[in-house]
Write a protein that binds this ligand. Structure first.
Ligand code: G3H
Ligand code: 13P
Ligand code: NA
Ligand code: ZN
Length: 328
């Protein structure tokens, strides 16, 4: 059944687990992710970016997720707007069946210019009031996602923003977080701790200087009752880099967020873990592999079936390691 983010994360907090939020754009991603959730007996968050909504269309996305829920009646599913950029985006998502929205007021509407605190509070509070009036949940974000190695803010598409940011903007401040949650009434709070979107997060295996998990611990200590969200949480595992590069890909060596660091976050209040890049790599790795190994092949299902299997295996692993498994 479709449920709200609030219902789902309240249960996760009560039982001390985290829930992966996987991005979806098409049927095959939906089938693979929800099949893995059913196998793990886990609740799941399916999130659609503005790009996903324009790719698939709002009507298609809603019907697809309703179909996935009908096919898997025991699995709680939340349909969430990822990185809403204004009130209009959030309200049109709710109108199209989304049970939860993210108002990302850490950036201005263009989703690349860092915003000031007063703008963020005002726009997030406005979305909360409107969403709560119709029973939907709200995720806010405080602190700008971006690299502590380069000082670059992370745009939604994994590219960098203009200008350099300092650590005070790239790391969420616990006292400001307390004020933000109280004033905006958001149901979940996305924090910044040095992660960014896309495959190129870190140039080396991250330590505490570039992946600031201690900030999450400080926020959780200050706000023990708030559901925290980690964006940019793909692990960019070596086996997927090898799959892609072994089949003719040319991805330079890179490092993501180690799963054990996410597990540490979950022990300190992280309840929603956003993952898109790993899912993309799992699928496209097999597109490349099939194209390389069987150049005579032209049936798209022969590409999509192994891609879905790899994606489902990745999802099952995250359900197990985040403690989501068994909680449907
Ligand atoms: O926030 C970033 C997600 O990976 C969504 O990316 O806007 O290309 O769909 P997208
Ligand atoms: P990744 O690029 O690390 O998968 O992050 C996805 C995300 O944060 C979506 O909001
Ligand atoms: Na989101
Ligand atoms: Zn994100």
């Amino acid at each position: 059944a479709l449920i709200t983010l609030r219902q789902l994360l309240d249960h996760a907090a009560e039982h001390g687990y985290g829930v992966p939020a996987f991005n979806i754009n098409n049927m095959e991603q939906g089938l693979a992710i929800v099949k893995a959730a059913a196998q793990a007996d886990a609740p799941v968050i399916l999130q659609a970016s503005r790009g996903a909504r324009s790719y698939a269309g709002d009507i298609m996305l809603r019907r697809m997720v309703e179909a996935l829920a009908e096919m898997n009646p025991t699995i709680p599913i939340c349909l969430h707007q990822d990185h809403g950029n204004n009130l209009g985006t959030c309200m049109s998502a709710i109108r199209h069946g989304f049970t939860s929205v993210m108002m990302d007021g850490s950036l201005l509407e263009d989703m690349k210019t860092p915003a000031d605190y007063d703008y963020n509070v005002a726009v997030t509070a406005k979305v909360s009031e409107a969403a709560h009036a119709v029973g939907a949940s709200v995720e806010g974000e405080l602190g700008v996602l971006g690299s502590l190695e380069t000082g670059e803010a992370a745009a939604e598409d994994g590219s960098g923003a203009e200008g350099k940011l300092d650590h005070s903007q790239l790391l969420t401040d616990p006292d400001q977080a307390a004020d933000f949650v109280q004033r905006t009434r958001c149901d979940a709070l996305a924090i910044a701790c040095g992660t960014s979107h896309g495959a190129y997060k870190f140039t080396r295996k991250p330590d505490g200087d570039i992946l600031a998990m201690h900030v999450i611990e400080a926020i959780h200590q200050r706000l023990p009752g708030t559901h925290l969200v980690m964006h940019g949480s793909s692990s960019v595992p070596q086996y997927l880099q090898d799959l892609i590069n072994g089949a003719g890909g040319e991805m330079p060596q890179t490092y993501g967020v180690p799963v054990e660091e996410i597990e540490r976050g979950i022990r300190h209040g992280v309840r929603k873990v956003n993952i898109d890049t790993d899912c993309r790599m799992a699928m496209t790795g097999h597109f490349r592999k099939v194209a390389r190994e069987r150049p005579q092949e032209f049936d798209p299902r022969k590409f999509l079936i192994p891609a879905m299997e790899e994606l489902a295996a990745l999802c099952r692993d995250r359900f197990e390691r985040f403690g989501t498994a068994g909680h449907a």
